[in-house]
Design a protein around this ligand. Structure first.
Ligand code: HEC
Length: 128
């Protein structure tokens, strides 16, 4: 009786541990590469996304120095052209950058729409 019970328990333990061993590598093996690879993709994407918004802001500052500061002053306080610090309507700024006029060249031919957008935001947000 005891022996039979012992044998049964041992058989059960062996069966369970075999089943567990059989399942675990398959289950973990399938899940483990999938999870880290998708997690690895997310941190890779995450720094890229915040880097892009930071990038255009820095790019806009560089674009301003290169294209605008000569006339409007390094911080928009004016120079040979009127001050633009305090301009806070990105739409009219964007229009002015695109079309120019009254002594200001238009930039629609030399800057991309995205660059002009970034510059408009820069002038509206940063030049005060
Ligand atoms: C060659 C000189 C020159 C350059 C370069 C120049 N501007 Fe101008 N800008 C002017 C002049 C002159 C005016 C005034 C136009 C007027 O009286 O309507 C002006 C007007 C503006 C205005 C409108 C100001 C207002 O009171 O409505 C904005 C905004 C502006 N410029 C932004 C820029 C930006 C941004 C850049 C760079 C992409 C730039 N400008 C480059 C000469 C320049």
């Amino acid at each position: 009786m005891n022996r039979q019970l012992l044998a049964f328990v041992l058989a059960l333990i062996v069966a369970v541990s075999l089943a567990a061993c059989g399942d675990e590598p398959a289950g973990d093996g399938a899940a483990t590469p999938a999870a880290p690879s998708s997690e690895a993709a997310t941190p890779t994407d995450a720094p890229t996304a915040p880097a892009s918004p930071a990038g255009p802001a820095e790019e806009a500052a560089a674009l301003y120095s290169a294209n605008c500061a000569g006339c409007h002053g390094p911080s928009g306080g004016g120079g040979s052209a009127p001050a633009i610090a305090g301009e806070d309507d990105p739409d009219s700024i964007r229009e002015q950058i695109r079309e120019g006029g009254d002594g200001m060249p238009g930039f629609s031919g030399s800057l991309s729409a995205a660059q002009i957008d970034a510059l408009s935001q820069f002038v509206a947000d940063k030049l005060r």
